[in-house]
Design a protein around this ligand. Sequence first.
Ligand code: SF4
Ligand code: SF4
Length: 459
Amino acid sequence: MSGKSTTGVSNEEFWRELGIDIEKHDELMKMLPVIYQNVYLTQANRPKNIAYFDNFIADIHGARPKEVFERKKRGDKVIGAFCAYFPEEVVLAAGAVPLILCGGADFPVADAEKILPRNTCPLIKSSFGFRTSKTCPYFLSADLLVGETTCGGKKKMYELLNEYTPTYTLHLPHKKDDAEARKLWLNEVKLFKNEIEEITGSRITYDKLKEAILRVNRKREVLRRLYNTRKASPPPISGKDVLLIMQLAFFDEVDRFVQKTEELINELEGRIKRGEGVFPKDAPRILVSGTPMTVPNWKLHDIIEKSGAVVVAEESCTGTRYFSELVEPDSGSVNIQLKNLAERYLHINCACFTPNAERPEDVVRLAKEYKADGVVYYVLQFCHEFNIEFAKVERALKEEGIPVIKIETDYSQSDTGQLKTRLETFIEILRASKVKPRGAVPAGKPLASVKVPVGAEIA
Ligand code: SF4
Ligand code: SF4
């Protein structure tokens, strides 16, 4: 690493210094603006404060990675992770930079498949592929990667990732209501604090942890406020735009992200007062529930919203599961702060837990809270946890008469036509049902059990 500042240095010079594979990276960077233009910049009536997030994406491998790299040159450590079970507060308290590095692109999957089996979840392949293909500046800046024992695929991938960048794995229990499991997890959080103190050379004090907890609480609170604006009818912002903001919450500097999101929310609250929205008032409202969607995975939202419905919330780790709980910062000692942190994280209802009765309850609650007309249950291919848990979520939704469709897909565009056909049919059914109260569905044909056939591709 040269001591030269990256300020004023061209992106290409910076990428070379990081060890990026320039040729491969050029291919990736050619695709992103085309996808972004088609998915995002074709939307009508976007709020003007979304410009900050558009600009972030336009230079996603430039401005922010340079800023992170500058911190690294000043001696701060960069800690990457792949899960909502990443106590980022601990990392911030040690003066390090936390980043969530889950891959959402199809591009590095081919590289990953040289080592990982093809029948592995795309999120795992894309994350691993970004490291092995040397096409992600965030990955190449990381001093330490943090994994967790959530699903089988991830924990085995982390062993291989450790051959490229030192990887520390948090042992997450499989049961959340068991006293021994809670003890184990609290101990893991304490060990993680020790690891971060060692790698950063910085002691995590009560005041530093309190400040970090408050900063992350503010980020989660601002996201909660953003989601609240979507409860309006019509919603003042598209689901796609909120998904983008959610995704960038994992990359951006915390305080700046909070400020920019607040500016946007102020604009959205003005729109709500004036009754302005981005979709007609009668557009079917969709809750998306399931596996996370990381940059640039915008496929499902794009299809739903181009089919005339609007996504009003995501029950996902790139959604409500990330921000729904805060941490009490002022608790008298570092040990109690760590206990509060551990407890907060164990309330994330990931499908990797057993039993996980809270998740179906959450999906139903959120569908009602956001006045969703239907739920699109999203599963990344080969994710057994979320796929199998669908049976329970579907049952809970059926009992409440809330229609649901399951979509299982990967990051490629090969099934876009087929998904479009299925989702358009589902949305049409929701639209038709909007004119009748839910109880008016004819007996023997409950909406919740509507099976939308896998149709022919639309030309
Ligand atoms: S879905 Fe589960 S494994 Fe994936 S990010 Fe969320 S908590 Fe982690
Ligand atoms: S989507 Fe499922 S299979 Fe993929 S990393 Fe998350 S829990 Fe594991």
